[in-house]
Write a protein that binds this ligand. Structure first.
Ligand code: SF4
Ligand code: SF4
Length: 179
């Protein structure tokens, strides 16, 4: 096999000192040093979450502190990865909310299954489940990654109720009109 010798271009004096390469690297370093920061010291610093962000699904109460979920199980039915498990429970006859048919006895959302699609929020007829701004979910076991009812209400808090549906129903019942 023929060997073709290649003439190597001799280095200039500047190239032999490595100065052009060092200066070019320093120029890039100083450019980024002066530019606005694009990173943050998480978790001490947190980003501003935009409106409409779909974080962890949560259950919410109305301004009277009453749970809005009526345990209809539509969200459980519609959830694509089957992340929701609901055990419906009856409202005791002596409870102030006895005019509401049902409430969840147990309500679990498995965050290892949830894909944050928001279908549960869209389908809920009571506006009881919302994907809010919470985006960190950590745990040491699979069980810790399941949000139970208490935790779901703790994360969800209270949201303004526009319709006060159950107050209207209660008032109608007290006036002898159940519908
Ligand atoms: S956001 Fe989607 S995946 Fe998660 S619980 Fe709701 S319906 Fe299921
Ligand atoms: S959260 Fe809404 S859709 Fe799900 S069971 Fe409760 S009322 Fe029904």
């Amino acid at each position: 096999m023929a060997v073709i010798p290649v003439d190597r271009k001799p280095l200039s004096f500047a190239e032999r000192t490595y100065m052009p390469q060092i200066l070019s690297g320093m120029k890039i370093t100083f450019k980024h040093l002066m530019a606005p920061k694009v990173t943050m010291e998480y978790p001490e610093e947190r980003p501003a979450i935009p409106a409409g962000y779909r974080g962890v699904p949560t259950l919410v109460k109305d301004p009277n502190g009453r749970e809005k979920c009526v345990s209809c199980q539509l969200c459980e039915f519609v959830c694509p990865p089957k992340a929701i498990r609901i055990t419906p429970g009856e409202i005791p006859p002596d409870a102030p909310t006895r005019h509401v048919e049902k409430a969840p006895q147990a309500f679990d959302i498995d965050m290892l299954r949830c894909i944050y699609c928001g279908l549960c929020q869209e389908v809920c007829p009571e506006e009881a489940i919302f994907l809010q701004q919470q985006y960190t979910m950590t745990g040491y076991s699979r069980e810790e990654m399941v949000n139970h009812k208490d935790r779901l209400y703790e994360l969800g808090g209270t949201l303004p109720d526009e319709h006060y549906k159950w107050d209207k129903k209660k008032a109608a019942e007290e006036h002898g009109n159940a519908h």
